[in-house]
Design a protein around this ligand. Structure first.
Ligand code: PNS
Length: 183
């Protein structure tokens, strides 16, 4: 009887701990700049996870349009009211960043079959580096399936409309930045 009680007590402690465990995920990317497709994935992720860390790649090899600090600030501005989002710049291996932030799940958006090969390779490499980390793929709304940061920059550079492609905060910054670089 005493034994039964002990088991029951331990089970309830474990269930309590599991119920109270924060479901956390990391959503990594270059975000140069963040688009409405990224925002869509983040909003979908918030339905599954309690907290999402948006990990902004600081890659000295790539020549981004926006410096890392600005990419981080733009995302922070978009999610100012959303306390379950944290935006952090990272360099080095993604799996190390995920572990250092006590997470085990990586979210990636999958727009079309063309994304699959790169994502498949990256996921399996990350799994080889750390088998405890899982990657979860999410499809954005179909209206964003053609959208990418690179195309958005090109459209902006050639004077096209950015309506529905990026958040308003990003649209202004993008126009200013592209004007500056083409002076
Ligand atoms: O938005 P992107 O450019 O498709 O994001 C790519 C990103 C940041 C997820 C990827 O380049 C990355 O994880 N870089 C960190 C370096 C790393 O861990 N490389 C080995 C994994 S394949």
């Amino acid at each position: 009887m005493i034994f039964d009680n002990t088991i029951n007590k331990s089970t309830s402690i474990i269930s309590y701990a599991l119920c109270n465990m924060e479901r956390k995920a990391v959503y990594p990317g270059s975000f140069d700049p963040i688009t409405n497709g990224h925002v869509d994935i983040i909003e979908r992720g918030l339905k599954i996870f309690d907290r999402i860390i948006i990990a902004v790649l600081e890659n000295p090899k790539k020549q981004p349009l926006f410096p890392t600090k600005e990419r981080v600030r733009m995302i922070q501005d978009i999610f100012l009211e959303q306390k379950r989002i944290e935006v952090i710049a990272f360099d080095g291996l993604l799996v190390d960043f995920v572990r250092e932030n006590s997470a085990t799940i990586v979210i990636r958006g999958l727009r079309a079959i063309s994304d699959f090969e790169y994502e498949f390779q990256m996921t399996l490499m990350n799994r080889k580096l750390n088998p405890d980390i899982e990657t979860l793929f999410m499809m954005p709304n179909i209206s964003y399936s053609f959208l990418s940061s690179n195309l958005v920059k090109e459209v902006c550079m050639l004077g096209g409309s950015l309506t529905d492609l990026v958040p308003a905060e990003v649209e202004n910054k993008l126009k200013k930045s592209i004007q500056r670089t083409h002076l």
